[in-house]
Structure formats: C-alpha cells, structure tokens
Design a protein around this ligand. Structure first.
Ligand SMILES: [Zn+2]
Length: 474
C-alpha cells in the first residue's frame, strides 16, 4: 500500500471502501452495458445513417434514467454554428446540488468514428468481443467507455452513500464529437444553466500505460490555412524563360524552407514554447511507434516529449501542383500548399497565425505575391495544476491505481475544450480517460483494456464520493 492510500483511508475510508466494493460488484453489468452501446453503429459523419446516433442517444438516456439520481434526463440538439440545421442528439441529465455541495459536470461522447475497411478488423467492428484483457469494437474505448465510466461511477456512488447523495451532477454526452462538434458551442449557450459546474470532467483522453494513470494537463492548439504563392501572370515554356523568370514552385520551395532550422525545429519568430516537465521517452520508442525508417533521424531539439507536447511544429499537408504524370516543361505561375501548424500550450491561436503570416510575408523570395485563406484555428489548453480539483483527481487516481498519475501533454487538440473554457471560465477542467497506448482509437481493432477501465471508473467514483462530502468552495 502506498502512502497516499493510507492518508486517504484515514478520512473517508468507509465511503471509499464501499465505493471500491460497488465498482467491483457491478463491473460485469457495466461491461455488459458498454457492450450493448458498442453494438449501435453511432457514426456521426454525414454519409452514415443518422438514425443510429439517435438510437445510441436513446440508449444513453435510458442508462442515465436507470441511475435514478437525475431530476431531468433529456435528449437535446442545438443548431450548427451559423446555420439553422440541428446537430446530432446529445444527452443532458441534471441533478441539483444539496446542502451546499459542489456541482460536477461529466462529459463524454456517444458517437464514434467510421469503422473503415472491414477487412482490416480481426473481429466485426460493431460486435463487442473480449479477447484476453481487452474488449474490441468501434467505440469500445473512444468514447463509449467514457460514457460508461460516468454511469458506473454514479452507480457505485449511489450504492455507497444512498440517500446522502448531495453532490450536484450534470451529465453531458455529446453525439457529434467525431464529426467536429459543430453545434457544441451553441449547445453550451442554450444549456448554460444546466451545464454550470464547479468542476468539469472530460473523459476522452489517454492514460500513460495500463499500469499508470494520467491527467491530461496540456493540449497543443492548431492553426491551419492554405498559402498561395504567385509569381507570373501566366505559365510559360521553361526552355524559353527558365533561368531568368522565377516560377511559383521555386518561390514556394524557397519560402517553405525558411520555416524550419537545419535540425527540423520550427524557425518562426513569435511561436512560443511551453516548458513543462516530461516523462522519459527515448528515441528507440519514437522510432518504433512512428515507423521512422532505418538511417532517418528524428527532428527537433530538447526532450522528445517536449517537442511533441510543448513546442510548435509545422507540416505541409497538401500541395496543388501538376502531378508527375501531367508534368510538362512549364514555369508554374501559382502554387498552393496547406500548412498545418501545432502551437504550444499557452499561446493564443490568433497570435500564432499572425506570427506565421508575418514570417511568410517577410521571407517571400523574389518579391513573390502571397495570400492566405481557408483558416482553421484552435486554441491550445493548459491546466492550472495548482487547482483543488486537480489535486483531488490526482489523489483519487493514485488511490484507485496504486500508482501516482503522470501529467500528460497531448500533441493534438480537443477543439471543444476551448469552448468549455470560454463559456465556463471559473470551472476547473479535468481531462481524464479510459484509453491506453494500445487502444487504437479511430483505427481498426480499437479496444479497451478492461483493467484500465475498472481503475479509471474507480478513480472517478472515488472523486465523486469525496466531492459529495465536501462543502462548495472548500
Ligand atoms: Zn473521443
């Protein structure tokens, strides 16, 4: 037993022990309910049958009603931003806090990614299958396990405290996270009051490994746009003018090359870096996980995880140019590329865009004309880890897993978190998860580690139990 377990067992040991027992007793039925959700192919993309997302919303609403603790359980939709079209159905359940207790908002999503090519799956994607320690199926981890972690934690809490449940709980299970959360910000505005909470748990991230829990404390933001470089009013024969006339491809290649240093790190003034501690992760692991070819070196500087979590990166993800088959001896007048830029936690996406645009304008070679269009901006996320809920969540994880949690950074982004921060600036946001590095969310053979699921569910139930015993603002 670790020291942290001893400390906590002195204060709330009775409730904690009852919660542990309830989580264990109910685990088989919780996994059975999760399996039923996995059977519903709730893909939220437009090209898939929207009726399946409606059915999974109904199934989640039924599970919420089954807990017996909510004053209201509703299936709701909001308009997609700048349209009158409604987004996919979300489930919103609410019980008010009593006796001065705080309110917690539990978020997950019930929609899933498309299954992709059926031939790439070892088991049918919507037929939940247990093999060894893992439950396979689309959504088994991302994020139907998040949904069931919330439901399971509420069930264990009610088993343990019975009529002494004073904690305010809002449950918000979104139906379109995998298709871009297009109505999310309107949903927050429409349901502001019901969603108001002291602490928000977003159960849609990762753990360090199957033995080590993690709290996600940093997410990079993103800036994406199309850059167009023009040098000529029309194309010309390269034999006629080549050598005297700058073609747009030459200008683009020269311009893009100024974005990186020799070692591949980003060379744009004004893009900031976040200095946080990072766990050990060596080059060999990076080479294996990313499939870096023999003899090819990694790029960047500093510890490997600091490059992925705390530093900016720039990637050219698309280019409009004549294909190699259609290539003729021509000086191209105009070239367009897509730049995908990850920005460090702590920097505003607008500021980052300005820095990159200023760099491009200052470095355009031969006086080439440049223009930027089709912007996509997402702010990064950085948790203030000194908050009381962060401390309590880390303690609950340590107690549930028997191992201290890692503070995790994520190189990608969860765009809707910026919406939560904007609408609820005073709430503490805890990004937790039920996944582990082998979960393969979004890929064929997605799976949930059942041991990780039990420990994550227990950690959340312990957190709820302790908040239930705490006076608001304490
Ligand atoms: Zn997810």
């Amino acid at each position: 037993m670790t020291e942290t377990q001893e400390n906590s067992s002195s204060s709330l040991s009775g409730t904690d022990a009852a919660i542990r027992q309830a989580v264990r007793d109910r685990l088989p039925s919780t996994i059975a309910d999760l399996s039923q959700l996995v059977r519903l192919p709730s893909v939220s993309w437009n090209s898939f049958d929207p009726e399946n997302v409606v059915k999974s919303a109904e199934a989640v609403a039924e599970l919420a009603r089954g807990t017996g603790i909510f004053d209201t359980v509703e299936i709701k939709r909001a308009a997609i931003e700048d349209t009158e079209t409604l987004g996919r159905p979300a489930v919103l359940a609410k019980r008010a806090a009593k006796n001065g207790r705080p309110t917690i908002l539990l978020y997950a999503h019930h929609d899933v990614q498309p299954p992709g090519n059926a031939a790439d799956w070892d088991t049918p994607p919507f037929e939940p299958t247990v093999k060894g320690d893992r439950l396979y199926g689309r959504g088994a981890a991302d994020d139907k396990a998040g949904v069931m972690a919330h439901i399971g934690a509420i069930r264990a809490l009610t088993d343990a405290v019975g009529a002494d449940l004073d904690l305010g709980i809002a449950l918000f299970v979104e139906g379109e996270e995998e298709s871009g959360s297009l109505s999310f910000s309107n949903f927050l505005v429409d349901n502001r009051e019901a969603l108001q909470a002291d602490t928000i748990v977003v159960a849609d991230s990762n753990n360090w490994d199957t033995e080590t829990p993690a709290l996600t404390v940093g997410l990079r933001g993103n800036v994406k746009f199309t850059l167009t470089v023009s040098t000529l009013a029309h194309a010309s024969h390269s034999g006629m003018f080549g050598g005297a006339v700058p073609d747009s491809m030459l200008a683009t290649i020269r311009l893009l090359s100024t974005l990186w240093n020799e070692d591949g790190s980003v060379a744009v003034d004004g893009l900031t870096t976040y200095d946080g501690e990072t766990p050990d992760y060596d080059e060999e692991q990076l080479r294996q996980e990313a499939g870096i070819l023999e003899g090819v070196t990694p790029i960047g500087r500093g510890s490997i995880l600091s490059r992925i979590w705390g530093q900016p990166s720039i990637t050219v993800t698309g280019i409009d140019a004549p294909s190699t088959d259609a290539a003729s001896n021509t000086l191209a007048p105009t070239t367009s590329v897509v730049l995908s830029i990850r920005i460090a936690p702590g920097q505003n996406a607008e500021d980052a865009l300005q820095a990159v645009e200023a760099h491009l304008r200052a470095h355009a070679p031969f006086g080439a004309h440049i223009s930027l269009a089709k912007f996509e901006l997402g702010n990064p996320f950085l948790v203030d880890t000194s908050g009381e809920s962060v401390r309590a969540a880390k303690q609950a994880m340590a107690d549930a897993w028997g191992v201290e949690p890692v503070e995790l950074g994520i190189g990608g982004s969860i765009p809707f978190i910026a919406d939560l921060v904007r609408e609820f600036p005073n709430a503490e946001i805890l990004v937790t998860g039920v996944e582990d590095p082998d979960s393969r969310a979004h890929s064929p053979n997605e799976s949930l580690h059942l041991g990780v699921f039990e420990k994550s569910l227990l950690a959340e139930a312990l957190l709820l139990g302790r908040m239930n015993a705490q006076t608001s603002g304490e």
